[in-house]
Design a protein around this ligand. Structure first.
Ligand SMILES: [Zn+2]
Ligand SMILES: [Zn+2]
Length: 95
């Protein structure tokens, strides 16, 4: 069920230039309160604690539907996954 796994994006209607949501395209989930770097791959469906947000931002944890809170493994879209993917690409570029 797609709607349970994807974030519910905050839809800013101000349409002001330089608005970080309208103009900058920043993602902010109204449900888990994840914001760009603190967004897990899947939405946990509840508001994250500050500690969880910080850990996602630091790339230490990620939320996957069916698995819960996990360690990023390079298959998702969280900060930790992105870092792993970037590291892998760097490694492959040098070999
Ligand atoms: Zn706006
Ligand atoms: Zn969310």
């Amino acid at each position: 069920m797609e709607f349970l796994t994807s974030h519910t994006w905050y839809d800013c209607k101000c349409h002001r230039q330089f608005c970080q949501f309208c103009d900058g395209g920043l993602g902010y989930c109204r449900i888990c309160q994840g914001f760009e770097g603190s967004l897990p791959t899947d939405c946990p469906g509840v508001r994250m604690t500050q500690v969880q947000q910080d850990l996602v931002y630091e790339g230490k944890i990620d939320f996957r539907v069916g698995r819960g809170w996990v360690t990023p493994d390079g298959t998702g879209r969280s900060m930790g996954d992105v870092a792993l993917i970037a590291e892998k690409m760097r490694y492959e570029a040098h070999t």
